[in-house]
Design a protein around this ligand. Structure first.
Ligand code: HEC
Ligand code: HEC
Length: 263
């Protein structure tokens, strides 16, 4: 790790890129075509160590759930990939500069907020699916519109990488949005019927359950006999089959653009 820090401290490792000032955005970064080409190159030369989706293997996970877009600049990434990490088990790349930049664009996209990529798809249709066929709005609000069972998604494009959004929809149990688990409470007063819902705002004294109609039920902990919290996400698990590939693409195009930043 010390060696890595040293490498990062070296300015302008991408010496072949003299046309561009250091720190300036490379045209491939955020570009959908370059990212798709980068993915192919990644599968050829990197996935063997870093996993097919960059999730890690012999090499570290490159696809952290959090958007760390600004933690390391493009030139630093390019430099790491060109030189490799000596002693760390990571060989340097012999790809031509343009191809290596495509790989950088792909690796960056694994952590960049989706709103910073030009995500393909029909976003208007995505919005229609969100409120219609997908049933997403039953549980999620956007700009004050929609349900309260799941997290508000008004700013989701600006805070999650695209891969993470896709994963949230296709494999809801894998992501890290905790604090939204389904729970069932039984009461000391056995005459009182058990309550189920999505658990919110639990403290030592009270908790809230959001029931299926979106109403918040406040429960005092002193009344609780048992609290059973489920491990799995309350989100439906069948979107992979319920939505077509194009519908998913459109949905992601819309979600990616959800940002509360006004620009
Ligand atoms: C032979 C296995 C191997 C191959 C092939 C490989 N890597 Fe790595 N990579 C590693 C290892 C191991 C590390 C960790 C080295 C260390 O930190 O000491 C690493 C580190 C990295 C890092 C730094 C991670 C971080 O954020 O600290 C990046 C980025 C990276 N690899 C991307 C790639 C890309 C892109 C390719 C393909 C061009 C690639 N690697 C090919 C094994 C590999
Ligand atoms: C039955 C309610 C429900 C439905 C329907 C639902 N979700 Fe969710 N969703 C949740 C809950 C609860 C969470 C938080 C727990 C989790 O991540 O699994 C969540 C999490 C998410 C996240 C991750 C949020 C974050 O902060 O990381 C995204 C993105 C998302 N949902 C999108 C969708 C989309 C798109 C649809 C429609 C195709 C949808 N959801 C349908 C309940 C729902």
């Amino acid at each position: 790790m010390r060696l890595l820090a040293l490498l990062l401290a070296l300015p302008l490792l991408g010496q072949h890129e003299q046309m561009r000032k250091p720190g300036e955005k490379h045209p491939f970064i955020g570009n959908a075509t370059a990212i798709a080409a980068g993915l192919k190159l990644f599968n050829g030369g990197c996935a063997g160590c870093h996993g097919a989706n960059g999730q890690g293997g012999r090499g570290p996970n490159l696809a952290g759930g959090l958007a760390l877009w600004h933690s390391r600049n493009d030139d630093e990434y390019f430099g790491i990939l060109r030189k490799g990490i000596s002693g760390g088990g990571m060989p340097g790349s012999t790809l031509p500069d343009d191809d290596l930049w495509r790989v950088v664009a792909y690796v960056r996209s694994l952590r960049a907020p989706a709103s910073e990529l030009d995500v393909p798809g029909n976003k208007e249709n995505g919005q229609v699916i969100f409120h219609g066929k997908g049933g997403c709005a039953n549980c999620h609000a956007v700009a004050g519109n929609g349900g309260r069972i799941g997290p508000d998604l008004s700013n989701i494009g600006a805070t999650r990488p695209l891969t993470n959004l896709r994963e949230s929809i296709l494999d809801p149990d894998s992501d890290g949005a905790f604090g939204f688990r389904r729970a069932t409470v039984s009461f000391r007063d056995t005459a009182r019927a058990p309550l189920s819902g999505v658990l919110r705002n639990q403290s030592n004294y009270s908790l809230q359950l959001i029931d299926s109609s979106g109403d918040i039920r406040l429960v005092e902990m002193r009344d609780v006999a048992t609290l059973k919290v489920e491990d799995s996400s309350p989100m439906p698990k069948d979107f992979r089959t319920r939505l077509t590939k194009d519908e998913l693409t459109d949905l992601l195009a819309w979600l990616s653009r959800l940002s509360t930043r006004k620009d």
